[in-house]
Design a protein around this ligand. Structure first.
Ligand SMILES: Cc1cc2nc3c(=O)[nH]c(=O)nc-3n(C[C@H](O)[C@H](O)[C@H](O)COP(=O)(O)OP(=O)(O)OC[C@H]3O[C@@H](n4cnc5c(N)ncnc54)[C@H](O)[C@@H]3O)c2cc1C
Length: 484
């Protein structure tokens, strides 16, 4: 509980409409996109400018009050889940595009600007911002930086970290950090990369300078159907081995295809087990050459049907099915749990086969729809939270999938972050020396653990308590602690 004295000081920093602590005003902020975890915040602060953000942080630091930053709240790992006794610092009112420089091909934006709004504003200069999470209509650039978000086009154009140049960010003590530069290299440690993906644990971002790219002259998509998922998985590797880097290379399995088709009528074949969408972009001649290669590789890889979109409308329709696949799957079952893990591309057939076996073992259906080109899986586990034990079963199944990704040489997150959801699996992914360094970095920025406490990086003793630990050099961390 926050003290009345603290709340009164907080109110003195902001206009009255920017501090919420009536229950009905707080409820919309009780979860992020991972709605199975909920916690009503004690208070929500909605600053309107950077000076207010700095003042709130200084106040919280002085009173040792924790702060959870929140952008649009579309995160899928509980990163912006409110913490008891903390201020939920919502950055959505900092939503100004401050400058677009078509010569330098950059935009300077506040953290609450929506991802898609950057491309919309840059379109007049025939430029766009490449990272395109499927949530891009709603998610904020501050959240994108904090999660190092990706999207369909990141296979060719990189993740958020590859598409930003500079940040302004504030430590919990209210110190301004100006990080990065307009050139490709900066002296000192790479704090830009460190803050990207730091999940609101190190500093609060108040300004982002992003790179803009020229819109490609032409984009063309090929759709390929397969009789089994493993063959489609192998075709993904074959395309890249043939020297083509697609702008997007996405895969859907039977359940996802059927759900997407019923929802948006994209024109997908329904008699196949897996579908690949492979987009190439660039100048006209390059696209024609790449399409030819892609079709040949797909045919040689065993595709049963190959279609190249014949018009821009058809290209957009093919993508509409993929982009709407998550909500489409939401129509199949009362709840679904979206997992996010990454594996080496070569492991796709093995891992997808294991997920299908586990689906039978847990008695829960899974729809797979994912960024196949970069091995970023999104198994959607279907369940009904109203049935006793189903949520726990879905969570246990999800944990097994993440651990399978680690066994296959991959990681427990591709783009959705660790948040609260995957904090135990961090103990599986990393051993004590790495976790120790992570905790030391956290302490260097936030010695009192006030920024987003309990998220993303587990304290070492927690791993021992959870009994989830990686053996390193034949040694378990904290051998003196009992295992549960
Ligand atoms: C339907 C759907 C599809 C999605 N598809 C994708 C996808 O394709 N790729 C992908 O990467 N993600 C995807 N996501 C997940 C989510 O949209 C991204 O993680 C996004 O970057 C979150 O942005 P946000 O503004 O909503 O952040 P929030 O959810 O509000 O916050 C996310 C994290 O960032 C921190 N944070 C937010 N703003 C700041 C700030 N200014 N300073 C410091 N920390 C901050 C929070 O503390 C939290 O830890 C999807 C989500 C949904 C619901």
């Amino acid at each position: 509980m926050l003290s009345p004295a603290f709340l009164s000081k907080l109110r003195s920093l902001l206009p009255a409409h920017c501090v919420l602590n009536e229950r009905e005003d707080l409820l919309p902020f009780e979860s992020d996109g991972l709605a199975v975890y909920r916690n009503t915040p004690d208070v929500v602060a909605l600053p309107e400018d950077e000076a207010q953000v700095a003042a709130i942080l200084k106040l919280c630091h002085a009173h040792r009050v924790a702060v959870v930053a929140r952008g649009a709240g579309t995160g899928l790992s509980g990163g912006a889940l409110p913490v008891d006794g903390a201020v939920l610092l919502v950055l959505s009112k900092l939503n100004r595009i401050k400058a677009i420089d078509p010569l330098a091909r950059t935009a300077v934006v506040e953290p609450g600007v929506r991802n898609l709004a950057i491309s919309e504003a840059a379109a007049v200069h025939n430029l766009y911002y490449a990272p395109d999470p499927s949530s891009q209509i709603a998610c904020s650039i501050g959240g994108n930086v904090a999660e190092n978000s990706g999207g369909v086009h990141c296979l060719k154009y990189g993740l958020t970290v590859h598409n930003i140049l500079k940040l302004r960010a504030w430590t919990i003590a209210g110190q301004l950090l100006e990080i990065g530069s307009e050139s490709l290299d900066s002296p000192g440690y790479d704090l830009l990369a460190l803050l990207t993906g730091s999940e609101g644990m190190l500093a609060v971002i108040t300004e982002v300078t992003v790179k803009l790219l020229p819109r490609p002259e032409r984009a063309q998509v090929v759709l390929a159907a397969f009789d089994d998922v493993a063959t489609a998985g192998a075709a993904v590797g074959n395309i890249i081995a043939a020297g083509v880097i697609p702008a997007g290379l996405e895969m859907m399995d039977r359940l996802a295809i059927q759900a997407a088709e019923a929802f948006v009528h994209a024109g997908y074949p329904l008699d196949c087990a897996a579908l690949l969408l492979c987009e190439v972009d660039g100048v006209n001649e390059e696209v024609s050459d790449d399409i030819y290669i892609v079709r040949e590789v797909l045919e040689a890889s065993g595709a049963t049907e190959i279609r190249t979109a014949e018009s821009e409308q058809e290209r957009l329709r093919f993508w509409a099915g993929r982009k709407a696949a998550f909500p489409a799957v939401g129509r199949l079952s009362p709840d679904y749990y979206c997992m996010d893990g990454t594996i080496p591309r070569t492991q796709l057939p093995h891992v997808l086969a294991r997920i299908s076996e586990m689906s039978a073992e847990y008695g829960l259906a899974v729809a797979n729809v994912f960024h196949a080109g970069d091995g970023n899986l999104h198994p959607l586990i279907l369940f009904d939270a109203n049935l006793p034990g189903e949520l726990e079963k879905a969570e246990a199944f999800g944990s097994r999938i993440l651990e399978l990704c680690v066994e296959a040489g991959g990681t427990i997150t591709g783009e959705h972050g660790v948040g609260l959801e995957k904090i135990k699996q961090m103990c599986v992914q990393f051993a004590i020396p790495e976790l120790t360094r992570f905790n030391e970095v956290k302490t260097a920025f936030d010695p009192d653990t006030l920024l987003n406490p309990g998220k993303a990086v587990p304290e070492l003793h927690r791993c021992a308590e959870w009994g989830a630990m990686r053996v390193h050099d034949g040694q378990l961390p904290h051998p003196e602690l009992p295992r549960f």
